[in-house]
Design a protein around this ligand. Structure first.
Ligand SMILES: *Cc1c(COP(=O)(O)O)cnc(C)c1O
Length: 357
């Protein structure tokens, strides 16, 4: 059993939270003269600091209690807040896997918290033992992307749970891409483990990256501490309203997910046939990790064609790897045409070099 109070920072436990202007009890038809707002403007009122309507809806969808749900200004804010709740600067550490999402280290570095990382094997699979080997008495958090970014694969559920079962730390499962493979979600395991916390986002499948809404789910004691230290109005009213609408009817999101998955699988097949492509990794997400003959040459060529992809070559086990997001059908067609041209140029170059010999 995780003792949240023991794991959290003393100053966070001791401090008093900012009391925002309005408490739960006030009715919507009250006259509000308490927050120095402009009564004339459409956007004159502060947003609900605890996003109650949205939280109730999310809890219903995820089959959780409202007290188990937290919202951040994107999941990036939740990652930062978790580090600030639990990690003592210049003393504690977080454990991550590499290659993995870059923001864990950025948030840790900003907060002067150490990062210890376990490298995935060449098939990018997770080994619980490799992660556990990095854990010491100052490890407070373990971040695992599932599906992982930039590799695209979801990990073996039992391997993740082995970590959760064996550590006296909080395991954060970052499910940013889970809507592309909902059957892999660990949200249903939250009832079995109070040292697991799941983070999701409306930025990917839900198509609301511009609005910034991240979701944290798990132990209500953790939610309570996140609420205590968050900026009071971290999720604005427009985001709360539009997100609520999107959650009330998920049919569009489901059809986007289907289309993107079909396009992803088609692009994977297409890429495998190109001569400069070495390996296309299996993906549970909306992007593909691809190793090629020369990643920087490919990235530069596509840039010339006004197509931007991500070079991931500097990450561990990612030599000459690029990450390609799945676009619209039209965008993917443009990409394929450009890749064909690049491919024939490579072949032509190769043939002319052979002719000279
Ligand atoms: C995109 C991404 C996020 C960021 O989500 P926001 O909610 O937009 O901040 C978090 N984690 C992973 C692994 C991502 O790829």
């Amino acid at each position: 059993m995780l003792n949240v109070e023991k794991l959290a920072r003393r100053n966070v436990l001791r401090m008093k939270a900012y009391a925002s202007a309005r408490s739960e009890k006030e009715l919507d038809d009250s006259i509000f003269l308490d927050a120095n707002e402009n009564p004339y403007s459409e956007f004159g009122r502060y947003p609900d600091p605890f996003q109650r309507k949205l939280k109730d809806k999310m809890a219903e969808l995820k089959q959780l209690k409202t007290e188990q749900v937290f919202f951040g200004n994107g999941s990036d804010e939740i990652i930062d807040l978790l580090i600030r709740v639990f990690c003592e600067p210049d003393k504690d550490n977080v454990v991550t896997v590499e290659p993995g999402y870059g923001m864990y280290k950025v948030a840790a570095d900003l907060n002067d918290v150490f990062v210890r990382s376990a490298v995935l094997n060449d098939k990018f699979q997770l080994s619980a033992q490799n992660v556990l080997d990095k854990v010491d008495t100052n490890t407070k958090l373990i971040f695992i992307g599932n599906p992982n970014n930039p590799t695209g694969n979801a990990f073996d559920r039992n391997e993740i749970l082995k970590i959760v079962q064996q550590v006296n730390a909080l395991v954060i499962i970052d499910e940013a891409y889970i809507d592309f493979c909902p059957e892999k979600s660990l949200v249903t395991e939250l009832r079995n483990y109070n040292n697991m916390f799941v983070v999701q986002t409306l930025s990917k499948a839900y198509g609301l990256a511009a609005l910034r809404l991240g979701i944290g789910m798990g132990n209500p004691k953790i939610v309570e501490l996140l609420n205590k230290i968050k900026p009071p109005y971290n999720v604005n009213s427009l985001t709360q309203n539009i997100a609520l609408e999107k959650l009330q009817d998920t049919s569009q999101v489901r059809s986007w997910v289907n289309e993107i998955r079909n396009e992803r699988d088609a692009l994977r097949t297409f890429l495998k046939d190109l001569s400069f492509v070495y390996k296309v990794y299996p993906s549970d997400a909306n992007f593909l990790l691809v190793t090629v003959k020369n990643a920087s040459r490919l990235v530069a060529f596509l840039k010339g064609e006004n197509i931007v992809i991500r070079n991931r070559s500097t990450m561990p086990n990612c030599e000459n790897a690029v990450r390609i997001s799945i676009g619209t059908i039209e965008e993917n067609e443009r990409l394929k045409i450009a890749l064909k041209i690049f491919d024939s140029q490579q072949v032509a170059k190769y043939e002319s070099s052979m002719a000279k010999e």
